[in-house]
Design a protein around this ligand. Sequence first.
Ligand SMILES: [Zn+2]
Length: 652
Amino acid sequence: MKVSSLFQVFLLTGLVACGSGSPAGGEIQSTAKPLPPAGEPVSNDARATRDPYSYANSEQMRVRHAELNLTVDFATQTLTGQVTLVVERLNDQAGELVLDTRGLDIRRVALNQGGAKLLDLPWRLGEADPVLGAPLLVDVSAAGRRGRFSITVDYTTRPGAEALQWLDKGMTSDGRSPFLYSVAASIHARSWIPLQDTAATRMTFGARLRVPPGLTALMSARTLSADIQTGEYTFSMSQEIPAYLIAIAVGELKYHAFDQRSGVWAEPSVIEAAAEEFEDTPAMIAGAEALYGPYRWEQYDLLVLPPAFSLGGMEHPRLSFITPTLIAGDKSLVGTVVHELAHSWSGNLVTNASWQHMWLNEGFTSYVEMRVVETLYGKAERKMEEVLGYQDLMFELAELAPENQSLVPAVLLKNPDDGFTAVPYQKGAQFLVYLEQAYGREAFDAFLKQYFDHFAFQSVTTEDFLDYLQQHLASVYPDRVSASQLERWIYAPGMPADFVPPVSPELEEIRVVILDWLDGEIELVDIPRSNWGSQQWRYLLGHLPVGTDPGQLAVLDDRFKLTDSGNAIVTSKWLELAVRMGYQPAYRRLEPFLIQVGRSSLINNVYRALAESSPQGLELARNIYRKAGPGYHPTARPSIQALLYPGDRAED
Ligand SMILES: [Zn+2]
């Protein structure tokens, strides 16, 4: 996943507790694991063995396959149907299956007894927690004590399901058809499918979908059959994945193939620009394969979502979801595509077993991203991305409590979504850069390739990684990195004392140029910007000193047309700067931009600048949010509400 989330403040409110009776009657004793209280220090044992964000008793019974049969209804904003779960019994004493749910209307749970024969099972929903949802407790003693069995759960999602965003046609690029997409990371799969929503459990899945005729349905799976006339689709994912990688998208879409195994989906008006912008995708796959071994997911497609998409990208296997804000016209933002592709090794193939170990997904991916960018676009480009990532990290470390600054958080977060800070991404990546330098690129590359192969299709913890590192690198080169250095990187706050920050000569040059201009030593016409891409602008706009005169911003705007920039990254940084420096002419772009774009990392900074600027700025931000908010993904709204309505005074 690609986010930049300084403000992932937990503010989920109003989730419905879903107590429900058991149609088959009978009291059930819960075997759901007790959850450690949030804010408590986490022991190493707990780090290694438990997923505190799931009720599932997956150590006793494990879901191995989920077969969905759902109707997509845009009018009611619901999915209705069944999921059939194939469950493997690991403990023959266990008589109860515990699944994760949040806000689902469950109608029936039944044991499949062959053919169409179903036996109703006793079930109930436990007490609901606003973050974790409610456990679905099913008495499966009728399934016998050995081997596998399968149950079918009839259910309907609710319009507010956190994983799903239902877009009116007016919120799409083409404005012709409604659009549905899901993002289930970190623990939102349970809001659209009752299952074991822990990254420690991997399963295959299949699906039969009915969508409005004329619309295309896609999933993070192979499409087995597609009938756009009737709206009937079937899918199969035969490789085991965790629940958070099950994804759905429905809308008016066109496909452009890059080659035999990769291509891009997008709305008709976007497909041509997308095909051009992302044409390097096959080269990216080849570059990653050369470093880390074969791409294992057969097909790699991109899906360009409507602008309301809340993330930079989301790495669903076979089908990365990406934001159209990456289409800059000059390929300067394709690093995010490299990032999502890199997850095909780090995250999707080798998965963090729970979100406390998120750096295993995101730190590794940010590192692999840098390496592939270096292979494809050169060292200068890689260094620019590295420096910008490092700056995000410094910015966030200045604001984060020490217990949230370690790669494995020292304190359990109440909501794992709050863990998506620059720490797992950029500190994680810098840790791997450190290891690469300590062991040498050749040895470290070989190690990493072997690591991805050894743990392929498994979910792992930090301890698994450290054991493997010890066995295959540390013991071979015992004098390079000490145990206490490893410990320091993973479990201590901040950056280690011997850490050397990355440097980019290209960005350093810009900093000097702009300071010279602000000091009056050079004229604006001397600023050499002809070859500047998004990275340079991002750096420049982030380095104008506080107190820069609005008149100077006017000169900059006049020359470079920043208020009307077509590059969303530039627009986001420019609007933030304009608000902070009181440059009024840029304000006309605020509302259109915040209504059009839903990507959290590009809008939260603008809302924050407005909220902090003045009471009038806060009022303006609230007015814009009233119009724009309904167009944001459910998981993107809480952080903005926390900025605009501190003290939980959200209006909607
Ligand atoms: Zn990611």
